[in-house]
Design a protein around this ligand. Structure first.
Ligand code: MN
Length: 231
């Protein structure tokens, strides 16, 4: 049977140094995964990782060297930047151990988990889902994916975000509470991971508001930059 209208196109992320692209299946995100960010959000407990999702078509792929553009979203007065390491899954699996996890990784990218912080706090305080604060349109700018073969070990790498040339976030991947392999292990107990899944692994401290006209420049050593202007 034919569809009643054309299916929405799959969003794909370019693979750096290649003509190929990575078609997105799902976008998983880890909450509060750096100690200093957890503190700035008002938490000091040490819990297992927790997850939320963004729709796949919230992704905005942006090439290295380009300045992408996202609109300032409606229904917020407090749009925040969260620079994050993104893991791209290349192999199907569930109940993956941390030791086996590297075998499921296709590559890594720099991403931004844009957040309507006012709505997030309002939802959090009422015990409601975060979707309107995290899963809105254009909420996941992402730079090209670099393959695991190219990047190698990424357990130590600087992660930075500047806004209009001034540094806002500066940390290191080694400061993740739950590292990439442990995150894959936990997530795969809840969901079968499949090729095309992306995992935003959480943001370090220094999150803050941006307004229309601001230019964000994120970077993770070994993965290049991600530049976005708020329209
Ligand atoms: Mn985040």
């Amino acid at each position: 049977m034919n569809h009643v209208f054309a299916a929405s196109p799959t969003v794909s992320v370019p693979v750096a140094g290649s003509e190929r692209s990575f078609p997105i299946h799902r976008i998983y995100c880890v909450g509060r995964n750096y100690v200093e960010h957890k503190k700035e959000m008002g938490f000091t407990d040490r819990d297992p990782p927790f997850f939320f999702m963004k729709p796949a078509d919230a992704a905005v792929p942006i090439s290295h060297g380009a300045v992408g553009e996202i609109p300032y979203p409606p229904a917020t007065q407090n749009l925040h930047h969260e620079i994050e390491l993104v893991v791209a899954i290349g192999t199907r699996g569930r109940n993956i151990s941390a030791e086996e996890a590297p075998g499921y990784i296709f590559g890594y990218a720099v991403g931004l988990d844009m957040t309507r912080r006012d709505l997030q706090f309002a939802m959090r305080d009422k015990g409601r889902p975060w979707d309107v604060s995290k899963g809105f349109d254009h909420s996941a700018p992402i730079a090209p994916i670099h393959t695991l073969e190219e990047v190698g070990d990424l357990s130590n790498a600087a992660i930075l975000l500047d806004v209009n040339g001034a540094n806002r976030q500066s940390s290191d991947i080694s400061k993740l509470i739950w590292n990439v392999n442990e995150t894959i292990a936990h997530l795969s107990t809840y969901f079968e991971l499949v090729p095309g899944d992306l995992i935003f692994t959480g943001t370090p401290e220094g999150v803050g508001a941006v307004v229309s006209g601001d230019q964000l420049e994120g970077r993770i050593d070994g993965l290049g930059d991600l530049r976005v202007r708020i329209a």
